[in-house]
Design a protein around this ligand. Structure first.
Ligand SMILES: Cc1cc2nc3c(=O)[nH]c(=O)nc-3n(C[C@H](O)[C@H](O)[C@H](O)COP(=O)(O)O)c2cc1C
Length: 189
């Protein structure tokens, strides 16, 4: 009888341990959420980011500069304009006023931006530097006048965060549909 009680006790302990391990695992899976973070100076990338977040039911976060970019700031023909000065300095990190709470919950982070001088604006690098991307997957997306891809931006971002997986990403036209974005995004995750 004593032996039977002992065996029952051991079996209960084993079930208990298995239950807690499985519970722990499912909590990790539940926390694999997706974030769509974006910077947009004139609204094009914002409209793509909003469609993307809606299409894949992700959280949406706007990278808002402490100092908003004026038309003069965005003048790429002037090599003394704010954007030209920032983009000619690899270490430039313009300040951001918005902040993400509980960044750890995200496994996939889509990062959207306008292409500036063929790559990501310096403020995107501020964003990348501001959070711990260990083990996360970063998926760049962009709008542009004519630059056809996000290859250079992806390489720059990967160099900033070797501990993350940075995918090549994609450049979209502003009229991209929600369903196109969903098909693409599902392929990335
Ligand atoms: C400073 C600056 C540099 C730019 N450089 C490029 C470029 O190298 N290639 C390109 O195709 N478009 C370039 N553009 C155009 C933007 O990428 C394009 O208008 C984008 O859709 C703007 O997005 P936004 O409205 O989200 O800011 C540049 C725009 C600015 C303001």
């Amino acid at each position: 009888m004593k032996k039977l009680v002992y065996i029952l006790f051991v079996v209960l302990i084993i079930f208990g341990v298995v239950y807690f391990i499985r519970k722990g695992k499912s909590e990790v899976i539940i926390s694999n959420k997706t974030l769509v973070a974006y910077f947009s100076a004139t609204g094009n990338t914002k409209s793509v980011a909003e469609k993307l977040a809606k299409a894949i039911d992700a959280d949406l976060f706007e990278i808002v500069p402490e100092q908003i970019y004026t038309v003069d700031d965005l003048n790429w023909r002037n090599d003394k304009s704010r954007s030209s000065v920032e983009m000619s300095d690899k270490n430039s990190r313009p300040k951001i006023v918005t902040k993400i709470e509980n960044f750890a919950q995200y496994k996939f982070v889509f990062v959207g931006f306008p292409i500036w001088w063929g790559c990501e604006p310096a403020i995107v690098n501020t964003f990348i530097d501001s959070y711990n991307f260990d083990g996360k997957t970063i998926i760049p997306f962009a709008t542009s006048g004519s630059t056809p891809n996000t290859d250079e931006a992806a390489a720059n971002i990967q160099a900033l965060v070797p501990s993350a997986k940075v995918l090549t990403g994609k450049r979209f036209s502003i009229d991209v549909s929600e369903s196109e974005l969903k098909i693409w995004a599902d392929e990335q995750m």
